[in-house]
Design a protein around this ligand. Structure first.
Ligand SMILES: [Zn+2]
Length: 442
């Protein structure tokens, strides 16, 4: 019996690698008033005001419609109206459950786990109650690109560290995180096995400073060749957020940008907004021919972060050239984002060059290191799942030309593999019981 119980545990592995659930507000920035929900995998119970309304909604044949009306949620199931309630919940009752959400005025998305629905300020407040690791895989998918699983391993450990530090960010509103950049982007469940593979590989890992405390893990798209000191962008100097050379970002998509601005507009900005005497030839030349061989924090005492914001620039890392004929300047810029901490495109390039996952983290977060809290049980489970996911990736590779059906979803396939294993194990156990009985009787 003990073995069967442990198998149930293995089955719920995705949901239980850390056995922690979190609540994430989804469609945070969308104005959703009407939402149609169907079921891609597993079965769900529908609750209205904490009371079970319908049990075991299963399969794609069913749909539930939620509509925000006067501070309440109106429920319709398969076209039948069940009236208004203060809140509703779709409770996942299988270990693998996938919801397909179709808002009337937003993009379709799919999520794993359960969902709480309320009405607030005339629109639906949607909260995904999801396993922490599943959430991290979804974040990794939304935040970074690439095919190599180590790219996602880096992103997942950063996201896990951030999430553990900021777990109560939206506690006052009744959830942990929103799905917008304010917290971490989470715009779908993880639909690619290599992303889950990278996330799994990072299970139990966080980034800590020299004293063993979780670090803040800011990241940006591309450093432009050199990262920024934290105090040059924000207020405080943080020991692990130091400016470092980063040639890995240079050959990537977002390495360069340029912007033309009328010279008068540029000079007037510094004169009017920052009191610089632009009639002074030296000061005027400094503004029209500003150079940053190395990243700087200011231009004539004006913080570059301020200039970046006011002109909507991709980064603060730029040089200025002046065309006196056109009376125009060109900002030739490097990188994209604030430049503090990890460069995502630098990371992608480093992974492709075979640089190890922990070296990448140590390159961008000075003096920090990866701490592994994975238990032996987690280690075994992670290895087991990794093996199955690798099999699925290999199968996909072999049949890339064949069109995959919806039922061919890798997560569904994974759970079918685990189900099959469970049946085999149960069979083994029954056989063992019979043998034990036989020994006992004789
Ligand atoms: Zn947020």
């Amino acid at each position: 019996m003990k073995r069967i119980l442990s198998l149930f545990f293995i089955l719920g592995i995705f949901v239980a690698l850390k056995a922690e659930h979190i609540a994430v507000r989804i469609y945070t920035t969308a104005n959703i008033t009407l939402l149609n929900t169907s079921f891609d995998l597993g079965s769900y119970n529908l609750y209205a005001n904490d009371t079970l309304l319908i049990d075991s909604l299963i399969g794609t044949g069913h749909s539930v419609e939620f509509k925000a009306i006067e501070g309440q949620v109106n429920l319709s199931v398969d076209g039948h109206n069940y009236g208004r309630y203060n809140k509703a919940r779709l409770q996942a009752i299988d270990s693998a459950c996938i919801l397909c959400l179709n808002p009337a005025n937003g993009k379709q998305r799919t999520y794993e786990g359960s969902m709480d629905i309320r009405s607030k300020n005339g629109r639906l407040l949607l909260i995904n109650d999801v396993d922490f690791e599943t959430y991290l895989a979804g974040v990794a998918q939304s935040e970074i690109y690439g095919h190599e699983s180590d790219i996602y391993r880096v992103q997942a450990v950063i996201s896990r560290t951030w999430a553990m530090r900021n777990i109560n960010k939206h506690a006052a509103e009744g959830f942990n995180f929103c799905d917008d950049v304010h917290c971490q982007a989470y715009h779908n469940r993880c639909i690619r096995p290599e992303i889950m593979l990278g996330t799994l590989a990072s299970t139990g890992e966080t980034i800590v400073d020299a004293s063993g405390n979780l670090i803040e893990t800011p990241f940006h798209a591309n450093s432009g060749g050199q990262t920024s000191n934290s105090e040059d962008v924000w207020k405080n100097a943080v020991p692990y957020l130091r400016s470092v050379p980063d040639t890995f970002s240079l050959s990537m998509k977002q390495a360069h940008w340029s912007k033309k601005i009328k010279a008068d507009k540029w000079l007037n900005y510094f004169a009017k907004n920052h009191g610089i005497n632009t009639k002074d030839k030296n000061l005027r030349d400094s503004l029209l021919h500003f150079q940053q061989p190395q990243r700087r924090a200011d231009i004539l005492g004006v913080r570059l972060v301020r200039v970046r914001m006011d002109f909507g620039l991709r980064s603060t890392f730029f040089n200025v050239t002046f065309d006196s004929v056109r009376n125009e300047i060109t900002l030739n810029g490097h990188g994209y984002g604030h430049g503090v901490g990890l460069s995502q495109e630098g990371t992608i390039n480093m992974v492709r060059q075979g640089i190890s996952y922990d070296s990448i983290i140590r390159h961008y977060y000075t003096g920090a290191y990866i701490k592994n809290d994975r238990s032996i049980e987690e280690e075994v489970r992670t290895e087991n799942l990794t093996r199955h996911i690798e099999t699925i990736i290999e199968e996909d590779r072999q049949k890339t030309t064949q069109k995959k059906s919806k039922q061919d979803d890798w997560l569904g396939r994974l759970f079918r593999i685990l189900d099959r294993e469970e049946r085999e194990e149960v069979y083994d156990e029954k056989k063992q019981d019979l043998e034990d009985d036989w020994k006992y009787e004789w």
